[in-house]
Design a binder for this molecule. Structure first.
Ligand code: SF4
Ligand code: SF4
Length: 364
């Protein structure tokens, strides 16, 4: 289990890599000494993978438009925040942290935490994933100009997630990405209106990877699936973060015993159809993650036409573990085994609900 400090580079993320166009200067530079990675990535490049959804064309014509406009709306929200000038500072009480948390919930967050940003929090170089916002930031150096991150979760619809890897899973994640942008943009606008610069991270533009920040902000622990796993909603959440220069009181990571629990559970790993998840730990910048093969995971996306999501529906914490049991489970393997046994009796190895939800059901 190696421990090393590194700056995050968005160009190393799967979506940035597979967006590179073969033969371009950027492509040749990126893969110069990465032949093995190139071989894995090349077959995944420029795939119209949403077309692979196993539904007929009438279904696609009817229901794809449910999510088609999200990116345009996210762009509008992004532009509104960017265009808004920072007003003069208003007088705030010494500790405004609790108000900010409640305000973030008022704007739509499920849960909120605060953490301080350091040089190592940010991506050092941007990965060019901002196309939907109308510009390409590939290779740009990211400026770390904010000191505080207000990090939040948005709960996804469990009934939809429990249809993973089918279309409802995509409806759940896309809806949550839009809600993340909406909540973050309203919060960023509010902060600018009270005198503080703010940036709302959204699915089209991240200044930093959010899982480490959500962990630091005490919103949950990092599970074997490499997602943030929350006590209340498991990994059935999407993450958002507003960066600002308003100084707030930072939260701290929590430990409810998830690491030991994951070792006894492994359900996400066992159910993952592409074998992308492993039990091998790796420490990155002081936080525990697990080795993960992103190309294997994305291959599954390209065959299902959705974001798969089986590792979300598999997690006992997504399906619900009683808060009393969570409180008792840390350092108590019997309680962990009891939680797992109850989960398996109720949900089986993997909770999966058959049948279309009413939103996409065709009666005739
Ligand atoms: S989304 Fe699917 S393929 Fe990817 S890690 Fe989760 S279960 Fe595996
Ligand atoms: S499914 Fe089990 S092993 Fe995977 S993150 Fe959830 S608790 Fe951990």
């Amino acid at each position: 289990m190696g421990d090393y400090m590194k700056k995050y580079d968005e160009r190393n993320t799967l979506f940035s890599r597979v967006s590179l166009i073969e033969g371009t200067k950027e492509y040749n530079e990126y893969y110069k000494n990465l032949e093995d990675q190139k071989e894995l990535d090349d077959p995944l490049r420029n795939l119209p993978f949403r077309d692979k959804l196993k539904k007929d064309q009438d279904y696609k014509n009817m229901f794809y438009p449910l999510i088609e406009s999200n990116k345009y709306l996210i762009k509008d929200l992004y532009n509104r925040v960017q265009k808004t000038e920072i007003k003069p500072k208003v007088k705030l009480p010494q500790n405004f942290t609790n108000n900010i948390k409640e305000i973030t919930k008022y704007f739509g967050a499920t849960n909120v935490g605060i953490t301080k940003l350091t040089d190592n929090s940010y991506y050092e170089i941007a990965g060019g994933l901002t196309g939907a916002l109308g510009f390409n930031n590939y290779n740009e150096k990211i400026k770390n100009k904010y000191s505080t991150a207000i990090v939040y979760t948005i709960k996804m619809d469990k009934e939809m997630i429990n249809r993973a890897p089918f279309f409802e899973e995509l409806l759940a994640t896309e809806n949550a990405y839009y809600k993340v942008a909406n909540t973050g943009s309203r919060l960023a606008l509010y902060l600018k209106n009270i005198g503080y610069d703010a940036f709302s991270n959204n699915s089209e533009y991240y200044l930093a990877p959010l899982v480490p920040l959500a962990y630091d902000a005490g919103l949950g622990e990092i599970g074997m699936c490499n997602h943030l796993v929350t006590v209340d909603n498991g990994n059935n959440v999407r993450l958002g973060a507003v960066f600002t220069n308003l100084e707030l009181e930072a939260d701290h990571p929590i430990d409810f015993g998830l690491n030991a629990f994951c070792k006894r559970c492994s359900l996400c790993m066992m159910n993952c159809p592409s074998k992308a998840i492993t039990h091998k730990e790796r420490i990155v910048n002081g936080r525990r993650f697990f080795k993960f093969t992103d190309t294997k995971c994305f291959k599954m996306w390209t065959s299902s036409g959705t974001d798969c999501g089986i590792c979300i529906e598999s997690c006992p914490f997504t399906q619900g573990v009683s808060i009393e049991d969570v409180k008792k489970m840390k350092d108590d393997q019997d309680v962990m085994d009891d939680i797992l046994a109850k989960h398996i009796i109720k949900n089986g190895r993997r909770k999966f609900t058959k049948g279309d939800l009413p939103i996409v059901r065709r009666d005739s």
